[in-house]
Each structure stands twice: as C-alpha cells, then as structure tokens.
Design a protein around this ligand. Structure first.
Ligand code: ADP
Length: 692
C-alpha cells in the first residue's frame, strides 16, 4: 500500500528545512506513512509541511494551511496558539491530552503534542495529533455501562426499600445478615445489631404452630443457606416484647454462584396476622354456622358456640339470655376448667341484680355492644357486691372484655361475654366486629329455634285442640243420637210413647243442640278472630239488664249453684249487646263449670264511673293455679288439662277479643280464700253519667 505523500510548502521546502537529499526524503516518508497527524512549522512560524491526518484533525485543506502563519490558522484561539507557540519555541514541550473539534459531520477528538524542532533556519515546531476518538467513545461506553449498572443497583435498592414486605439477604455459609430493608427492620422489631451468624438468630422469638420455639437453623433463610431449600410462605408465630401475638409468613430461596455453590439466601416476609385473623374468622364463622344449623335446641347450640369462641376469640365466654327479672346463664366455656367452676359459683352466689352495674345488664338493656380493651380494677370494684365478690372477679382475671348483644328482630334476646385472660390478647375493633357477627348468627339461630319451638307448640296445641274439639262435638252428638234412637225404638216397639219421657228426651235434645251450636259458634268466632273479621255492632245497651238476663238463664240451668247478682238499676253503654252477652255467659258458665261442688256465684256490676263500666263474676270453685293465669286467655289454653270438665279452651280467648274490640280489659284473680274472680271493664262510649 502506498501511503499518501505529505503536502509541503512548494518548491524549495527542503532548503527551508535545512534538509536535503536523504534527510528530506526520510522526513517526507515519515510524514506520509505515520498514522499520526504531523505538521511542521518553520522558524518563521509558517506551516512547512503537514500530512493528511493532521489536515483531517484540523478540518482544514492544504491550501488553507501551507505557507500560512500558524498564528493565523486558528483565528478563534489565536491567543492560546500564540502563547503555546511562544513557550514551545522557547524550548518547552506542550501537550493537549484531549482536544475536541466539532465538524459538520460530527465530533473528533485528538491528543496533541507540540515540540520544538531545531531547524537550520531557527527553531521550528512539530505538531503531532493522534486521533483518540475510538478511545473517547470506548470510555464513554464504559461510563454509560457503569452508570447503567449504578442505576440498576439504585433501582433495585429502591425497589427493595419500597417493597411492602420485609426483605433480607443472608450471606452463606455464615448466615450474616447482609441486607435488611426498612420494612424488614420494622417487622423484626428493629434489632440493635444485625446477626453476624446463624446462632445469633436465637434473638428472634418465633414459634411453630404447636408452640415450639424456632431454633436458629430452622428459620426459612437458614434452611435455604444450609440445604438450598426453597421455602414458600411458611407461617411462623411470633410474639414481641409485651406485644400481641401474630403470624409472619416467610419465604426464602438460595442464591448460587456460577459453580453452583450457595453464596447467599434471599428471604421475604410479611406480617400476616390480619390475613390469618381474617382466615380464622371466616373459618370460625363457617364452623359456627354449621354448629348453629345442626341443633334446634338453642341451649345446646349456644353451649357449642361458647366452646368454639373459647378457642378462637376468648379465654372464657359466657352467654346469658335476657329474661325477666334478670338475665339467665345458658352457656359457659373456658380454656381453664377452674374458671368454669368460679363462673358457676359466682353466678350462684352473686346473681345479676339491680343496684350494681354490670355490663351484661347494660347491654341487655341498650342492645349496644361494650368493649373494654383493658379492664380497669375500678370496673370490677364497681360490679362487686362485697369483698369476696371482688376477689372472685379478680380471680377470673379478665384483662380485656367484649360484651355483645344477641339481637333478633330488633330485640335483645341475650348477651355474650368474651374475656381474654392468659392469652394476653387485647380486644380491638376487628375482634368486636367478629364477635358481633358471631352474635348476629347465633341470635338468628336462637330465634329460629324459638320460632320452631313455638311452631311445634302451636302444632301440638292444634292437635290437642282437634282431639278435644272432636270429643266436645261428639259428646252432644252422641247424646242427641241416643235420645233420638230411644224415641224411635220405643215408638217402634210400643207404637206410642209416654209424654213425660218424650218431653225429657226432647229437652235433652234441645240442650245438646244448643251446646253443639255454641261450640260451632265458638269455632266460627275463632276463625273470624284469626282472619281479623270479628266485627261489633254497637248500640246503646243497658248493661245491668243484660247481665241480669244472663244470670237468670244461667240459674235456670243449675240447681247446685246459687247465683247472686247485684247491679245498678240501669247502666247505659255503647256496646255490642250480643257479644257482651257472650262474654258474660262464658264467665258465668265457667264459674258454674269450675265449681263442680256447687256453691255460690256472685255477679256484680259496681256503680259505674262516668266513662267505664265494669262487671265481676266470682265463684268459690277450684281456682286457677298461679302459673296458668297468664295463659288462660290464649287460644286452646286449658288450665285444668285432662280434667273431667268439658271445654275447648276458646271461651276466654274469644271473650278477651270481644273486650279488646270494645277498648276494654279483662283480668283474673284468685283470692287467697279460694275460687276465681273475673273482672271486665269497658269504656261506656257515651258521654256523661247515664246510670240511675
Ligand atoms: P274452656 O272451654 O276450657 O272452659 P275457656 O277459655 O273458657 O275454655 O277457659 C280456659 C281455661 O281457664 C279453662 O280450661 C279453665 O282451666 C280455666 N278457667 C276459666 N274459668 C275458670 C274458673 N271460673 N275457675 C277455674 N278455672 C277457670
């Protein structure tokens, strides 16, 4: 390859250079062949010779350079060139390590060296320029790469720091904790010093699900370092100093080098206490749901609920049903059987009562939950009846308590008390929400069980009623048929009949048909009441006369009872006379019926008040046991069940409705001397005093 010949300053340059012959030829060859840009400046400061590389480095052409004064060559840097030029001519060397030229097609970089050259004409200078663009570009690439790596590292660092989980990197095999992000530090309870070895992991208190503490080598990252195990979301129980219990989920994986050796482990972990609680709450509620659905005996159900709650939500749990006069304990459960004994004993010795505040009483009254994250001793002192009671309350050891109502159809039907003792748990809003949800479901189940019980009772009553009713209806029918057949038989056999016997038979037939018709009327009345169709036809009526009339009829039906009647001469009221007569008849019939030994019956209409008229029917009969007095006005209710006395348990039910429709009331009392007394009071419905 022939190298380009250098440009030179016209003919005679050799003489200018003081070289000739071989020397000049050699110089020319060097200029032409070197890969470095060269420019020779004569003692007169004009450019004597330059090669292609140098021209390229300056961006100038041969014409612009040759024979031109070097000081004029770079007008923009004239001063700088002049000073460099002067110092070089004075014998110094100069070097510009990096010079940048911007060309139209892009930038160029050169390293420039300037040295004095002794020429025959004086001191010239030699400028050499080396193209360093590839080096500069290489450096730039390296820098960029470095920056990229730094950037990535910073990004990674930021990601690790910002991750919503704890991240830690352990060196292998030592176990030295090389990196922990902020979140991780927080989760680890900000250890004063990061572990330098696996043994030092014993400072973190963690537990297996069975309560066994974790040994340092059992930690997931330890296992990754020691055996290369990849651990995914292992649940680790933890407990901080004085803090609540919790659950951490830890994942971990080993990091290998090119030779497959474990060099580190990376572990991520987060506080899964809430997740765990939610999961537990869900399964707890699901389990409770199953329990609640399995039994319709609500006491058994509530006992199971209390037991379940004892494992998940409380150390002890009691359930009281809201009953009058005080709540009734139906379920108790505790992780510690001695507490059950204590709870039972306290309930026996110090039942809930007025005068001493108790959260159970408050909640059953207000229907609002109460929560005591920390139970102050003053609360116990306020609840205690005496020193012994206070001692027992303290012994129960409730540190945190929730008292939650069992609400069904807007009514507080009971109260559940949850207490945390040795678990160190402090109840908060989440626990309360869970407790309330449990209580809601339990209340629903209890309500359903009660409704079911009531429905069953209604069915039982209906069946009983049907048997009573059919018996009641059959009796007069049998009697009717008997007498009718008797007449027919006698007539058939004798062709005629004794008029007295006929009269008697017809009398009985008349009485029995009357009874039958009354029973049927009662049944019709009941269905009218049930359908809300029992209507009154009110008119101004003399109640005194009405009562006297009923008494007369009743007296005619019995010779064993003496019915006395005391009424004012006239008491006017706006009533339905037929319905009121039905009430009075029923009361007097009952008085007769339930005084099987006979005896006096007293009927009275006391002097009426301006707005109310009352009537009383009192007998000396068998009376009504106290526990039945409440129920006798209910449908099908019979206080003397299975007794010899006929009836369907409907008379008083219908009477109460008639009295209710009149806007009045009916009451029963049994005086200590025996017998029964019914009092009916009805608004007169007419202005002024109309009694005479
Ligand atoms: P019944 O047709 O059974 O008499 P009632 O509705 O009239 O039905 O009465 C309901 C129940 O109340 C009776 O079964 C009876 O047990 C009780 N009872 C009603 N009146 C009297 C009374 N005067 N003395 C005692 N018990 C009574």
């Amino acid at each position: 390859m022939t190298s380009p010949s250098p440009v030179r300053a016209g003919q005679g340059w050799e003489s200018l250079l003081g070289q000739s012959g071989d020397g000049a030829a050699l110089l020319e060859a060097i200029f032409g062949q070197t890969g470095v840009g060269l420019c020779l400046v004569g003692a007169d400061s004009r450019v004597l010779m330059a090669n292609e590389e140098w021209l390229r480095s300056t961006g100038l052409t041969a014409e612009q350079v040759l024979g031109i004064d070097i000081l004029d060559l770079f007008p923009g840097s004239r001063q700088l060139v002049a000073s460099v030029y002067a110092s070089v001519r004075a014998g110094k060397k100069a070097r510009i390590s990096r010079l940048r030229h911007d060309f139209q097609h892009g930038e160029g970089w050169w390293e420039i060296s300037i040295s004095p050259v002794p020429l025959s004409s004086g001191v010239g200078i030699l400028i050499s320029s080396r193209d360093i663009l590839p080096e500069v570009l290489g450096e730039r690439d390296r820098e960029r790469l470095l920056l990229d790596v730094e950037g990535e590292r910073a990004k990674l660092q930021t990601i690790i720091e910002q991750m919503p989980v704890g991240v830690l990197i352990l060196e292998a095999p030592s176990g030295k904790m090389a990196l922990v992000n902020k979140h991780g530090e927080r989760l680890m309870g900000r250890p004063s010093k990061l572990p330098e070895s696996l043994e030092q992991y014993s400072q973190f208190k963690a537990f297996h699900p069975d309560g066994r503490p974790y040994r340092p080598e059992e930690w997931p990252p330890s296992r990754s370092i020691l055996s290369g195990e990849v651990v995914a979301e292992e649940e680790v129980g933890f407990r901080r100093k004085d803090g609540p219990r919790g659950t951490m989920r830890i994942s971990s994986a080993p990091i290998y080098d090119e030779e497959g050796r474990i060099v580190a482990a990376v572990s991520t972990f987060y506080n899964a206490t809430k997740h765990k609680r939610t999961e537990e709450a869900q399964s707890f509620l699901a389990e409770a749901g199953t329990l609640l659905a399995t039994s319709l005996d609500y006491q058994t159900t509530l006992q199971s609920v209390a037991r379940l709650a004892t494992f998940v939500l409380a150390d002890w749990c009691v359930i009281d049903m809201a009953e009058e006069p005080t709540p009734r304990r139906v379920a108790m459960s505790s992780t510690d059987s001695s507490k059950i004994k204590l709870l039972g004993e306290m309930q026996r010795r110090y039942p809930y009562g007025p005068g001493r505040p108790h959260p159970v009483l408050t909640v059953s009254r207000t229907g609002q939950s109460e929560i005591y994250p920390r139970v102050p001793d003053s609360l116990l002192a306020g609840m205690a009846y005496d020193a012994e009671h206070l001692r027992m309350l303290r012994e129960l050891g409730a540190k945190s308590v929730m008292v939650v109502p069992l609400l069904a159809r807007g009514r507080t039907i009971g109260v559940i008390t949850f207490a945390a003792v040795e678990s160190g748990r402090r109840y908060g809003p989440e626990d309360l929400a869970l407790a309330e949800e449990l209580a809601r479901r339990a209340a629903l189940a209890v309500d359903n069980a009660r409704l079911y019980g009531e429905a069953q009772e209604a069915v039982r009553l209906r069946d009983e009623f049907l048997s009573v009713a059919s018996h009641e209806l059959k009796t007069p029918v049998t009697s009717l048929r008997g007498f009718a057949q008797l007449i027919v038989r006698q007539f058939d056999s004798e062709g005629q009949m004794d008029p007295n016997r006929v009269r008697h038979a017809l009398q009985v037939i008349d009485q029995q048909s009357d009874k039958l018709s009354r029973l049927v009327s009662q049944l019709l009345d009941v269905s009218r009441i049930e359908a809300g169709r029992l209507a009154l036809e009110k008119k101004v009526t003399d109640v005194a006369r009405l009562v006297k009339g009923v008494v007369e009829t009743a007296q005619a039906s019995t010779s064993r009872h003496k019915i006395t009647v005391r009424v004012p001469s006239e008491v006017l009221a706006l009533v339905d006379p037929l319905r009121l007569e039905q009430v009075v008849t029923n009361l007097i019939d009952n008085a007769i019926k339930y005084s099987p030994e006979g005896g006096p019956i007293h009927v009275e209409v006391p002097a009426p008040l301006a707005e109310t008229v009352c009537l009383e029917v009192a007998d000396g009969g068998i009376g009504i046991p106290a526990e039945h007095r409440q129920g006798i006005f209910d449908r099908f209710y019979q206080a003397h069940q299975g007794a010899y006395l006929a009836g369907m348990g409907l008379g008083l039910y219908i009477s109460r409705h008639i009295v209710d429709l009149h806007g009045g009331r009916i009451e029963v009392e049994c005086p200590p001397e025996g017998g029964t007394r019914f009092v009916v009071c009805i608004p007169r419905g007419i202005g002024g005093d109309s009694s005479i």
